[in-house]
Unconditional design. Structure first.
Length: 368
């Protein structure tokens, strides 16, 4: 039985090992993307309050709108609790576009966009740098990543069967990475012990990541939690932006945004951020767990009166599962601690095929 699993482990790893390395490495690089981006461009994200009060939201929107093309308008504003942070203003197009603005001057500080390095890492992680095909063509990059991730699960499981020690002493020895007994001993320990240390987290990443690759898998995964995966609600896909006209003055549309924000801030003084949009608002509901969870509010755009509130605990379960999958896949569910663990596990995952190739080639050479 062990010989069978050894063959499965080997012949699934050899053709797909390099792809697994690329997917794991690029995923690790994305763990701290937000922090690195903010560190690299403080002029975009940080402002000097100088003890002043920020401008009213509608005034910031008006000043930012004056810099936009006629067919683009501001659709929402995210105000952060930290007064030293620029506000984020969502735009009607292109999809997911936004800019940052100094709340004390209304000056645009920069666009919200990925650094070239992280844009490459994201495309590598999701699609092996492939581009989405036109029409109904096969998205080969996405397909290869999905198949490789699925086979990675079998590689990990077969690795456990091969590794499983028969005595306590063997268990202790198999979990050591020796650095003073030669390169072969070091690479062997990194492959075996490193794989065991990262096993659980790598399985979690792979099993949750597959929900982005295959619709049939996503449907089955959701059904395990008694939830139906709704069409048009794929992971990370924002709803298509509505077409807006700027014939209506921004001041009329945003006249009550400040009042709505003030009321929500008063009721939620510890909220890290509050987002105000056309007739709606949202506030993060969790600092840990599902980090995408929000309490949602609606208000009358003509009067600013709050007309409804849907707490996160009462929202649709499919949205909750989708948020949890993202949080668990990226390690964000437990804050900085779990993100560090996920980063280290992903880096170990990237080394497993490389150390496996080394041991395999060495074994072949010794037989000759």
């Amino acid at each position: 039985m062990r010989k069978l699993f050894r063959n499965i482990h080997l012949w699934l790893s050899v053709p797909f090992g390099l792809i697994i390395t690329l997917v794991c490495f690029s995923g690790a690089m994305l763990v701290f993307e937000r922090e690195v981006t903010q560190w690299a461009h403080p002029e975009v994200f940080d402002v000097d309050s100088q003890g002043c009060q920020p401008l009213p939201i509608e005034e910031v929107v008006r000043r930012v709108s004056a810099t936009l093309p006629d067919d683009v308008r501001v659709t929402g504003v995210t105000v952060f609790s930290d007064p030293e942070k620029a506000w984020q203003l969502s735009l009607s197009k292109p999809s997911r576009a936004s800019v940052y603005a100094n709340p004390f001057t209304g000056e645009v500080t920069g666009r919200s966009e990925r650094l070239p390095f992280f844009a490459t890492m994201f495309r590598l992680h999701r699609w092996l740098l492939d581009s989405r095909p036109l029409g109904d063509g096969v998205f080969w990059g996405k397909m290869v990543v999905g198949v490789s991730t699925l086979l990675f699960v079998f590689v990990l499981v077969s690795g456990v069967v091969i590794w499983w020690p028969r005595t306590r002493k063997a268990l202790q020895n198999s979990l050591k990475i020796r650095v003073r007994k030669g390169w072969r001993s070091f690479w062997y320990g990194l492959h075996v012990a490193g794989g065991m240390y990262a096993l659980l987290l790598l399985l979690v990443m792979a099993l949750t990541g597959l929900t982005w690759s295959f619709g049939w898998y996503r449907t089955g995964f959701y059904s395990l939690f008694g939830v139906e995966a709704k069409s048009g609600m794929g992971h990370g896909n924002a709803a298509a932006g509505q077409k807006h006209s700027r014939n209506k003055k921004e001041g009329n549309r945003t006249a009550h945004w400040q009042g709505v924000y003030d009321r929500l801030r008063q009721e939620n003084p510890d909220a890290s951020q509050i987002t105000i949009a056309d007739g709606s608002a949202s506030i993060p509901a969790c600092s840990y767990g599902n980090t995408r969870a929000t309490d949602r509010y609606t208000f009358d755009s003509r009067t600013g009166e709050l007309t409804g509130c849907t707490l996160y605990c009462k929202q649709d379960n499919s949205g909750k599962i989708r948020g949890w999958i993202y949080a668990v896949h990226t390690g964000s569910w437990g804050g900085v601690t779990t993100r560090i663990l996920w980063f280290l596990a992903a880096m170990l995952g990237a080394t497993l095929p490389l150390t496996g190739y080394y041991l395999w080639i060495r074994r072949i050479c010794r037989r000759k």
